[in-house]
Ligand binder design. Structure first.
Ligand code: MGD
Ligand code: MGD
Ligand code: MO
Length: 638
């Protein structure tokens, strides 16, 4: 195979279309210049994909544990032995503890439609337990459904008709570079609302530096000023908004001086935001990052109101469900209802003895889940058989009984859509190196289990063709260009009233107030610990291959001085979940009362990562969404 279309399959907004080839045995990649959003340039971490692909560290043979869990004692075995062992254990577990004691844990380590979904067919067939996803964007999903009935917002191609975009709690220059460049290219004014003066903030026309967890107040105050100054779109609101009068009365009570004190924004800044946003009819890219806190859901509900006030039907960007992928997943193979286990409660369910067999792929929970001390203890102390399918010997693999080597997306056929834009892209194999794809392993397991259902043996290309066909798309067109845009009607508001609900009936049904509510953040340690993304990584990926790891604690100089800490000092960061030691970097980009450690390198590299300190509380009313940012710590010099 010489030239091929590839897709960067990372858990990333952009889902870049690329052109790949093998030259003298080395992988060479470049951006596909035809792709309207990703436009032929790669982000700095994507450009290093060949290094990841050729990494010497890639797993080459299946492993079976021989010593204590987590110590890395394994022996290499044949595929046949590994598959038979896993199949036998799976059978025994189901016979002894029932099919719901088997949990398949997967996430977006690779976003290929086949590679992501196909293994679920086997676990549906077995009636196994599955995740109720809560690690990433859940609270915001629930919040937007309360207001719009859906979390699917604007097609970013429509940015060309806009004047102002607000990046609210998203570091787009690092996490959605092509989106940021699109906004620039279309000449939009760019504002950022963040706690930290991020690269996005520095590159914005305006930056609103807000105190953590106070976004709900800020957004409500902006709404109040827009309404009370008559700057909202009266016709649009009259026709399309449910509960406007009630909402107006609700925000009337809000004292803007109080909002200013709580948020740390001056009254003038709040007014500037309100008046400018109304005048330019702003749209908002609502970040995934900032909603991972105890107040994230309430904040997203409040923010969601603003674009509607100025007349947008769907003036927010959050999620995009371009194609229906349910055929690939095959829930129709199930004969019992699904037992869903909240993703964030993995440790708790293991402790309770409800999970006896854990099958993990496309994810590295022993780096990415919070409260790692608890999770690791749960795995060591309870009787649970763990199988991990990964490209590398991650921490999760280290804690497993059997490890299957995975191949990469450069080695197989697949397609992917994006959660940001409306293009579906083709991924063709370029070459073969090590390991097997997720669907290959699924088929081997099904065979070893003696299952003869044809859906478990469907060829990848067949699955792809069928998914495309069900979505009215042609494989041939995809083959010609490498991508295809999915045109969709602008959606309807799937709320109980059929309108945009400023007074949310769904929220009431879920036991919440019809309006977003503010609760002052509270912690039992003085410093708020944020753990956002790093420019060069994807959560736990690439630290081992791109040679970049930033373990520094970032801190405001005033907080440091109070503790006798100087730039470069070795410090201990601690709370009730754990303690870690690292060097400190002082910067005024971080406000007082906040410290920052980037998420979430392999703990096996340095003996820790930020998730030894993060809170495993979940936001129950918002789908048990994660609350990483609602973690509190103190710091002392060592
Ligand atoms: N380079 C890179 N790109 C990535 C990833 C990566 O690891 N690295 N991860 C991918 C994944 S899985 C996801 S979900 C997305 C996430 O993409 P983003 O949403 O951009 O991610 P974060 O950096 O987690 O969070 C964004 C910002 O929220 C801010 N923040 C924290 N608390 C608050 C608050 O209370 N209010 C406000 N207004 N802001 C707050 C943080 O300071 C941070 O700058 O990125 C994807 N892309
Ligand atoms: N402290 C803190 N922690 C966080 C966050 C935070 O903001 N702060 N963010 C959270 C968020 S938003 C998310 S989405 C999660 C993400 O957390 P995870 O779901 O754990 O994602 P990754 O760390 O990207 O790990 C994906 C794994 O899949 C493997 N993989 C890649 N391709 C393939 C393949 O083709 N087949 C197989 N079998 N494996 C493959 C990779 O090698 C990697 O080990 O992390 C969460 N963790
Ligand atoms: Mo995420």
């Amino acid at each position: 195979m010489s030239r091929a279309f590839s897709v960067c399959m990372r858990d990333c907004y952009d889902t870049c279309s690329m052109i790949s080839e093998l030259r003298n045995g080395r992988l060479v990649i470049r951006g596909n210049p035809e792709h309207p959003v990703t436009r032929g340039f790669l982000c700095p971490k994507g450009a290093l994909l060949p290094r990841w692909f050729h990494s010497e560290d890639r797993l080459k043979a299946p492993l079976v544990r021989t010593g204590e869990r987590g110590t890395g004692s394994f022996r290499e075995v044949s595929w046949e032995e590994a598959i038979n062992l896993v199949a036998r254990k799976l059978k025994e577990t189901i016979e002894e503890h029932g099919s719901e004691s088997v949990l398949v844990y997967q996430y977006a380590g690779d976003r290929g439609v086949v590679n992501y979904y196909f293994p679920l067919r086997l676990f549906h067939y077995l009636n196994a337990a599955m995740l109720d996803y809560g690690i990433c964007d859940r609270a915001g999903q629930e919040a937007l459904k309360d207001v719009y009935g859906t979390a699917v917002g604007m097609d970013p191609d429509e940015l060309k008709n806009q004047k102002l975009i607000v990046y609210w709690g998203i570091n787009a220059f690092w996490t959605n570079l092509h989106g940021f460049m699109l906004a620039k290219r279309y000449g939009l004014e760019i504002w950022t609302v963040d706690v930290v003066r991020t690269e996005t903030a520095k590159k914005s026309d305006r930056f609103f530096q807000i105190k953590p967890d106070t976004d709900v107040l800020f957004a409500l105050a902006v709404a109040k000023l827009i309404i009370e100054n008559g700057l909202y779109d009266r016709d649009f609101v009259r026709e399309n908004v449910y509960g406007f009068e009630e909402f107006k009365n609700y925000v009337k009570k809000l004292d803007v001086n109080y909002v200013s004190r709580e948020t740390g924004l001056s009254v003038e800044e709040i007014e500037d935001f309100a008046f400018g946003f109304a005048e330019k009819k702003g749209v908002i890219h609502i970040g995934y990052g900032f909603q991972r806190s105890l107040s994230g859901g309430e904040a997203v509900r409040a923010i969601a109101v603003l674009p509607a006030l100025v007349g947008h039907r769907f003036g927010f960007i959050y999620d995009m469900k371009t194609i229906d992928k349910s055929y690939a997943e095959g829930a129709f193979l199930r004969t019992k209802p699904i037992k869903r286990i909240p993703q964030m409660k993995l440790a708790e369910y293991i402790e309770r003895g409800e999970i006896k067999f854990l099958y993990i792929y496309n994810s590295n929970p022993l780096a990415s889940l919070p409260n790692q001390n608890r999770l690791r203890k749960a795995l060591i102390e309870n009787d649970v058989f763990v199988v991990t399918h990964d490209i590398f010997l991650t921490d999760t693999a280290l804690y497993s009984d059997v490890v299957f080597p995975a191949n990469t997306f450069f080695e197989r056929l697949d397609i992917a859509d994006s959660y940001y834009h409306r293009y579906v892209a083709l991924n063709e194999p370029v070459t073969k190196a090590y390991g097997k794809s997720n669907s290959e392993v699924t088929k081997l397991l099904a065979r070893a289990l003696g299952i003869d259902n044809p859906y478990l043996y469907e060829e990848d290309e067949e699955v792809i063709r069928k998914v495309l066909e069900l979505n009215g798309l042609s494989f041939e067109e995809l083959r010609r260009k490498g991508f295809v845009k999915v045109l969709k009607e602008s959606g309807r508001w799937e709320t109980p009233s059929g309108k945009i609900e400023f007074y949310s009936k769904r929220a009431i049904e879920r036991g919440l107030s019809p309006f977003p509510e503010y609760k002052p953040p509270q912690g039992n340690y003085p410093l708020r610990l944020l753990s956002p993304t790093h420019r060069m990584t994807i959560t736990s990926q690439y630290h081992n291959t791109h040679g970049i790891i930033d373990p520094n604690l970032y801190m405001n100089p005033v907080d440091a001085e109070m503790r006798g800490i100087k730039d470069g000092d070795l410090v201990e960061v601690f709370n009730d979940y754990g303690r870690i030691k690292t060097t400190v970097r002082l910067t005024e980009d971080i406000p007082r009362g906040v410290v920052l450690l980037y998420k979430a390198f392999w703990p096996s590299l340095l003996g820790w990562n930020v998730n030894f300190l993060t809170s495993d509380e979940t936001v129950e009313k918002y789908g048990n969404g994660s609350a990483y940012h609602s973690s509190w710590v103190d710091v002392r010099k060592v």
